[in-house]
Design a protein around this ligand. Structure first.
Ligand SMILES: [Zn+2]
Length: 410
């Protein structure tokens, strides 16, 4: 078993140790007699830092809790001349350790706040590189939920506890003693000795993590997203330095949005809503205009097209109409007159074709379009009366339409 120095002092960033074993594959690693490095466990992610032997110093990239109670330190590269019995020096990345202490202690405060205020126990804790989350268990999810007011109340109480700068003590007790203490969370292990984190007169729970020594060191706790999960709600939070950097990022994003609207940041939602309403209304107006334009254009095309073989054959290539307009126009053409065949194409924004005929006409537009597309190297298809397709380029569209028209005449 590795002697875990962090159990007694979370602020110990440098230590000396003796090498117990050297691992070479698949990744270089060292096992020491004692360590201040925290291995990933209990929701908290591992420390990083350096192991130093003489003049050599290598980065500790990952720290893992092995099943036999040993802590494994993975290194970016092997330390030369280090063997069992060698003396070694360890240095933690203090910024990362302090961040983890802030997040984990914030979690204890927050979990206790949700229990005290709403009797919602925390069933799991997750620490990521940029945010943390707790899962709250809610008994009757069909009738209960986690409201915005509840989130704000829990955040308020948690920050009161931070401001009161309460002592955070570490205690070791036997399992029997622990059972009598009314812990917030009692782990299901068989271990005889339990490590307790005691936030004075607020929270007492069993935990192996690294914690601040006074709640003031947490700095602040900011609750963010909450979402329904299987047995309750997941609440994301950031504490300490993360709360500052997250608030900074939020402010930058909001400021960028506010500049676009030439508005104050607090007016961004209102401005965004206004813009969306405008877009909706403009889209409606555009649809109406397109419809009117298609109807007028269809009437003009029909007027200028002479009738032959008892029907009118409209063949037209546009330079800049979209596929939707082409379909609309084909629809108008074939409905405005009982005997019309329309072979339409557009060159941009996307080269496309639409073939249509009035109901009752004898041809097969789907087959004709497929045939034309095969020549153009595009794809498309449709029914007997209406077909559409996209071409890979605009070159050759007009010639393809002329050939299709020719085949209808023969
Ligand atoms: Zn904990």
């Amino acid at each position: 078993m590795t002697d875990r120095l962090y159990y007694h002092d979370s602020f110990l960033y440098n230590f000396d140790a003796e090498v117990r074993s050297v691992v070479e594959t698949p990744r270089p690693a060292l096992i020491l007699d004692r360590t201040a490095f925290y291995p990933t466990s209990g929701g908290q992610i591992h420390d990083t830092g350096w192991l130093i032997s003489g003049q050599e110093k290598h980065h500790v990239t990952e720290v893992v809790d092995a099943e036999d109670g040993q802590v494994v330190h993975y290194l970016e590269a092997p330390l030369k001349d280090v063997k069992p019995g060698s003396r070694i020096r360890g240095e933690l990345d203090p910024t990362r350790r302090r961040d983890h202490m802030q997040q984990h202690s914030a979690q204890h405060v927050l979990s206790a706040a949700f229990v005290r205020l709403f009797n919602m126990p925390t069933v799991s804790f997750h620490m990521a590189d940029d945010y943390c989350s707790i899962d709250l268990k809610i008994d009757d999810l069909d009738t209960s939920s986690l409201s915005k007011d509840q989130i704000e109340s829990a955040e308020h109480l948690a920050n009161e506890i931070v401001l009161e700068n309460r002592a955070v003590d570490v205690r070791f007790v036997t399992r029997d003693e622990a059972e009598k203490l009314g812990l917030r969370k009692l782990p299901p292990t068989e271990r005889d000795e339990l490590r307790l984190i005691d936030i004075r007169d607020f929270d007492l729970t069993a935990c192996g993590g690294t914690h601040v020594s006074n709640t003031g060191q947490i700095g602040s706790i900011l609750l963010r997203k909450s979402e329904k999960v299987r047995h309750g709600y997941r609440v994301e939070f950031v504490a300490g330095g993360r709360a500052i950097s997250t608030a900074r990022r939020d402010f930058s994003a909001l400021t960028e949005a506010a500049v676009l609207f030439s508005a104050h940041i607090y007016d961004v939602p209102q401005q965004a809503r206004k813009s969306l309403d405008e877009i909706k209304s403009l889209r409606k107006q555009r649809e109406q205009s397109q419809d009117e334009l298609a109807a007028a254009q269809a009437a003009a095309l029909l007027a200028e097209t002479p009738e032959s073989h008892d029907r009118k054959l409209v063949v037209r290539t546009f330079s800049d109409r979209d596929l939707n307009f082409l379909k609309l126009l084909a629809q108008k053409l074939t409905r405005q007159s009982p005997a019309v065949i329309a072979l339409l194409a557009t060159e941009s924004p996307q080269p496309a074709l639409v073939f249509a005929q009035s109901a009752g006409q004898p041809h097969d537009m789907g087959a004709l379009l497929k045939e034309t597309m095969a020549k153009l190297g595009g794809r498309g298809g449709g029914s007997k009366d209406l077909a559409q397709g996209g071409a890979p380029q605009s070159a050759g569209l007009a010639a393809a339409l002329a050939a299709a028209a020719q085949s209808l005449a023969s």
